[in-house]
Design a protein around this ligand. Structure first.
Ligand SMILES: *[C@@H]1O[C@H](CO)[C@@H](O)[C@H](O)[C@H]1NC(C)=O
Ligand SMILES: *[C@@H]1O[C@H](CO)[C@@H](O)[C@H](O)[C@H]1NC(C)=O
Ligand SMILES: *[C@H]1O[C@H](CO)[C@@H](O)[C@H](O)[C@H]1NC(C)=O
Length: 489
C-alpha cells in the first residue's frame, strides 16, 4: 500500500479551524488580493461555525459520508454518564454521528438528550450488586431524584464521568458498565457484524474505520484496539476506542452470562472497566489485536507524531481514533475530514501524516501568542538551555532554540523559556503547562504565577516553531515510511 501521500498544503485551509488563522509570512509574494480573499473566507467560515453550534443537525448542510457498504453492519456504542453527557454529547450530533447510521448511547441514567434516547446500562444488572455496593450511590440518587440527584447540598459532585477524576462518583460507576454494555449492544443490533465502542472524548474517523474493518471476517472473533496492561491483564484501552466482531461479542456475552457472579466480584476489586472486559475476553479465548497507532490515546493537538511504540510511529499509519478531544478540536478535526473528503474523493485511508500536513503544519508559525505547545521534554530543554540567557525574552528563547540543531519548537512566558525537539500543535492558553501527563493526555501542573497577567505584569505564554526545520522534519518523517506500513491486520 502506498504511503506518505501528502496533503496538498497549497489548498486553502479547511474551514473554521479553531485556531485563529495564522498568516504565513514566508510567502511574501502573495498578493494583497489573495490575502483579502482569505480574510473574507475566514470571516465567513468562523461565522458559519459560530452559527452552526446553535442550529439543530437537520438544518445543516448534508455531510459527505463515506460510501462503504460495511457502514450498515456496524453499531457504534458511546459509553457515558449523567455527569458529563449534557456537556460532551451534543458536539457528536453535529459532527461524528452524522455519518453513522447505527449507534446507541449507554449511560448510568436514562433520559432524552436533544431528542435522542439514552439507555440505562444498569437496568438489568443484579439488584443485589446495585444494593450492596456503595459505588452505586450516584445511580440510586439519579433514579430517585433525576438530574437533581447529581448535586449534594447544592454542589455538583459529579466530576466528569468515565474520563473524570479517579474517585469521582461518575468514575466509580464506570467500570460496571462494560460487560452489560456489550450484552445490550449485541441485542440492540443482533444482525450487526461489528461493534465499536467509544467515549464522548473519543474522535472516530468513520471512513477509515470502515476501510479497516472491511479487511477482516466478522465471523472470526476479533478484539481490536490500543493495547494496554494493568498488571498482567492485557486489554484495549477504552478511551482510545475498540472494535469487536460479532463472533467475539457472542463469545464474551455467553461467557459472562455463565460466570456473572465471578465477574461482578472481579469488577468490584478492579479499578477500570476496560480492563475487566479485557479479562473476560481473554477468559473467553478472544485474543487482542494490537492496533496502535490506528487506535491511539492522544488528542490531535498533543500527539507527538514521531513517538515510537511497539516499533511503530503514528506518522506512516492510517488514523482511526484520538482521545481526550475537547469539543473545539472535535469540531475542527471533523471539518478537516470533511474538507479532505471533498478534495480527495475515494482516497482512503487518511494517515496520521496527512493530518499533520493538512491540519497541524499550516498552523505552526514563528510566533503564536497565548498558545502553549504542550510539549514537555524537560531533559532536552534543560540541556539545550544551559548557560545561555534564553529566559530573558521571547526573542532570546527563539535564538536559543535556533542554536540547537535538534530544537523544533519553544515556548516562552515571562522569564521562563522552554524548548523541545518534538513537534506538537498545542492549544490556546495563557499559562504554561509545566508537567504533562502522557497517560492522561493532560496538563498536570501549570505555572502558578497567575497573578499579574496583563500590562506590565507577566505575559501570557507564547509558542514558536523553527519553521524552516519543520519542512525537513516532514520529509525525514516521510522517508521513515515504507510499503508495509498500511493497515495492521
Ligand atoms: C448535606 O447536608 C446535610 C444537612 O445539612 C448534612 O447532614 C450532610 O452531611 C451534607 N452532605 C454532604 C455530602 O455535604
Ligand atoms: C524522531 O525521534 C527520534 C528519536 O527520538 C529522533 O532520533 C529523530 O531525529 C526524530 N525524527 C525527526 C524527523 O525529528
Ligand atoms: C512547550 O511548552 C511547555 C510548557 O510551556 C514547555 O515545558 C515545553 O518545553 C515547550 N516545548 C517547546 C518545544 O517549546
Amino acid at each position: 500500500m502506498a504511503v506518505g501521500k501528502s496533503a496538498r498544503r497549497s489548498r486553502s485551509p479547511f474551514s473554521a479551524h479553531p485556531l485563529r488563522p495564522w498568516i504565513n509570512f514566508r510567502r511574501k509574494n502573495r498578493t494583497a488580493f489573495i490575502a483579502l480573499v482569505i480574510c473574507v473566507f475566514f470571516f465567513y467560515s468562523c461565522r458559519r461555525s459560530a452559527i452552526s453550534t446553535n442550529i439543530p443537525s437537520q438544518h445543516q448542510s448534508i455531510p459527505l459520508c463515506p460510501q462503504n457498504p460495511v457502514a450498515k453492519d456496524v453499531l457504534v456504542t458511546l459509553r457515558t454518564g449523567a455527569t458529563e453527557i449534557l456537556e460532551k454529547l451534543p458536539i457528536h450530533f453535529d459532527t461524528t454521528l452524522r455519518c453513522i447510521p447505527n449507534y446507541a448511547i449507554y449511560s448510568d441514567y436514562e433520559e432524552e438528550v436533544e431528542g435522542h434516547h439514552i439507555y440505562d446500562v444498569f437496568d438489568e444488572l443484579s439488584e443485589d450488586l446495585k444494593e450492596s455496593v456503595s459505588d452505586f450511590e450516584l445511580y440510586h440518587r439519579l433514579k430517585t431524584k433525576g438530574r437533581d440527584g447529581l448535586s449534594i447540598n447544592g454542589t455538583d459532585h459529579g466530576g466528569s464521568g468515565p474520563s473524570g477524576l479517579l474517585g469521582s462518583p461518575g468514575w466509580k460507576l464506570d467500570k460496571y458498565k462494560f460487560l452489560p454494555m456489550i450484552d445490550k449492544a449485541l441485542r440492540h443490533r443482533s444482525q450487526a457484524k461489528w461493534f465499536v465502542f467509544i467515549e464522548l472524548d473519543t474522535y472516530l474517523m468513520w471512513g477509515n474505520l470502515l476501510d479497516y474493518l472491511s479487511k477482516f471476517d466478522a465471523e472470526i472473533p476479533y478484539y481490536i484496539g490500543k493495547q494496554m496492561y494493568i498488571g498482567e491483564v492485557l486489554f484495549a484501552h477504552g478511551g482510545s476506542g475498540f472494535a469487536l466482531s460479532a463472533a467475539a461479542m457472542r463469545k464474551v456475552t455467553e461467557h459472562w452470562r455463565a460466570h456473572m457472579a465471578e465477574y461482578n466480584q472481579y469488577t468490584i476489586e478492579s479499578w477500570a472497566g476496560d480492563m475487566v472486559l479485557g479479562k473476560a475476553l481473554k477468559d473467553a479465548l478472544v485474543p487482542l489485536l494490537w492496533a496502535f497507532p490506528h487506535f491511539q490515546g492522544d488528542p490531535v493537538s498533543t500527539l507527538d507524531h514521531n513517538i515510537t511504540k511497539i516499533d511503530r510511529q503514528p506518522w506512516c499509519y492510517p488514523a482511526i481514533t484520538y482521545h481526550h478531544m475537547p469539543e473545539d478540536e472535535i469540531r475542527s478535526l471533523w471539518e478537516f475530514e470533511q474538507e479532505w473528503q471533498r478534495t480527495h474523493p475515494g482516497d482512503v485511508p487518511l494517515r496520521h501524516s496527512n493530518v499533520f500536513k493538512g491540519y497541524i503544519h499550516p498552523y505552526l508559525g514563528k510566533e503564536r501568542k497565548e498558545w502553549d505547545n504542550y510539549s514537555v521534554n524537560p531533559e532536552f530543554s534543560e540541556g539545550a538551555l544551559k548557560g545561555g540567557d534564553a529566559h530573558a525574552s521571547f526573542e532570546a528563547c527563539r535564538l536559543a532554540c535556533e542554536s540547537n540543531v535538534r530544537c523544533l519548537q519553544f515556548s516562552y512566558r515571562t522569564s521562563r523559556c522552554s524548548v523541545s525537539s518534538e513537534v506538537r500543535l498545542g492549544r490556546r492558553a495563557t499559562l504554561q503547562c509545566l508537567e504533562y501527563s502522557t497517560a492522561a493526555s493532560k496538563c498536570d501542573k501549570t505555572d502558578e504565577r497567575t497573578k499579574d497577567l496583563g500590562e506590565g505584569g507577566l505575559s501570557a505564554v507564547s509558542s514558536g516553531w523553527m519553521v524552516e526545520r519543520l519542512a525537513k522534519y516532514v520529509s525525514a518523517m516521510d522517508q521513515g515510511c515504507n510499503d508495509r506500513m498500511g493497515w495492521i491486520t
